[in-house]
Write a protein that binds this ligand. Structure first.
Ligand code: CUA
Length: 170
């Protein structure tokens, strides 16, 4: 039998041949996914939205555009919306623009990670303290578009929402 030596690895851990195959497949899939993430980032520019200058979440609301969050019309029909996310509210929680408005959302967080989804549009961003998430969309349809926090941020997460109203012009 065994004369006091450790068993060879093959004896100590039996791996079924099928299981061994599936382990190999899993590793190949993981490597492929990792490679695709790198390719998407390098070739197609996928990544964090916004600029990467960075802001200080402790002081971002003291000066600059986030000191007075809200809408500004930068030229006819074009708006910038500066929105501060904090537990558990968006500031401001209501916005109103006319039909046809092109709105660039700038969203930052002063505390923890939040999310910003604007229903019925393609706006869906992570909101990370220290970063400004930026996306632009155009509103061709009148109506109310709710924005909600899409990252669990604490006990009041479910109460974190606001709404953007797109008004028909007379
Ligand atoms: Cu903020 Cu969930």
């Amino acid at each position: 039998m065994n004369d006091g030596q450790l068993p060879a690895p093959e004896e100590s851990m039996h791996i079924d041949p099928y299981e061994r195959q599936w382990i190999r497949v899993s590793i190949v899939v993981l490597v492929a996914f990792g490679a695709l993430v790198v390719l998407a980032s390098v070739l197609f520019g996928f990544g964090l939205t916004g600029d990467h200058a960075g802001v200080d979440p402790a002081t971002v609301t003291e000066s600059g555009p986030f000191a007075e969050p809200g809408l500004r019309e930068i030229e006819p029909g074009k708006y910038e919306a500066y929105i501060v996310a904090q537990t558990f509210a968006f500031i401001p929680s209501t916005l109103t623009v006319p039909v046809g408005a092109e709105v660039t959302f700038h969203v930052t967080s002063v505390d923890v990670q939040h999310g910003f989804i604007l229903k019925d549009t393609n706006v869906n961003m992570q909101v990370v303290p220290g970063e400004v998430s930026i996306l632009t969309t155009t509103f061709d349809q009148a109506g109310t578009y709710h924005y909600i926090c899409s990252e669990y941020c604490g006990i009041g997460h479910h109460a974190m929402f606001g709404s953007l109203t797109v008004e028909e012009q007379p």
